[in-house]
Design a binder for this molecule. Sequence first.
Ligand code: ATP
Length: 300
Amino acid sequence: MPSINGMTDRCKEGVDMKVFEKAPAKINLSLDVLHKREDGYHEVEMVMTMVDLADRIEMQELPRDTIIISSQAGYIPLDEKNLAFQAARLIKDRYDVKQGVYIHLDKKIPVAAGLAGGSSDAAATLRGLNRLWRLGIGTDELQKLGAELGSDVPFCVTGGTAIARGRGEKLEPIESPPQCWVILAKPPINVSTSEIYGKLNAAGIRKHPSTEGVLRAIREKRFDLLCGELGNVLEEVTLDLYPEVRQLKEVMIKLGAEGVLMSGSGPTVFGLVSKETKIPRIYNGLRGFCKDVFAVRLLT
Ligand code: ATP
């Protein structure tokens, strides 16, 4: 067990025990479900990458054994249901840390949007507390801890671009996609990931995306090919349940986005755009449909 001796001394010396982490949003360039497993989870194959839209997490040590969460976002739980809280408790329990922590979540990523905001907050909390308490936990171990919190957390620990298999925890890092603009638009509905997976008939999927096609486009740095290969099996479920997501996709294509896909279980739709000059038209056009629209870059 790594030693955390020295923490109290540093507190006594009045050192400001505070760290910050960025928690970026993820998008799926492809999301395939291979089959439903005996344990009830789905065996997935996804290509994930991160975009420059991020929550900012501040972690400050408290001398007493407690975890306090605050956020300016009124619509997330601030108790043990918060994934950042769960991450802090996990690391405290596993590494026998006696100090507490005050965690402030400055939320920028829309909630329940298919952008893994909660998972990224949890991953950032693991990274931040590892630094704050000088625990010396390696990346592999942080990812294993992350897997206990949620399927997308291991990817969010390292970010970058990766193929995720298993429940999402088996990661293979790959090179970044060609740089481009990403327009994100979230219609004003919240979608439950478990509901969407629950309604998916894994044995009857009409069209599987080509993970290999996406990987080839990335390898060959072909933006046009990448746009043509984007695919997400969960669209079958979410687009039928929420026609506004289908409509949003159509609008984004009409406005000139070159590749358009729903991220995760939705409802956020993202559009890949090669030229900055196209952004104002797409951005302004989408603002007529939803409040949550962002024009960001890939985090390559
Ligand atoms: P994923 O794509 O991983 O399924 P998501 O983007 O669809 O995630 P989140 O924003 O992570 O969804 O929120 C999912 C649920 O988690 C919400 O119901 C929210 O109340 C809860 N939640 C717990 N902790 C957080 C957090 N730190 N930030 C956002 N939501 C959180």
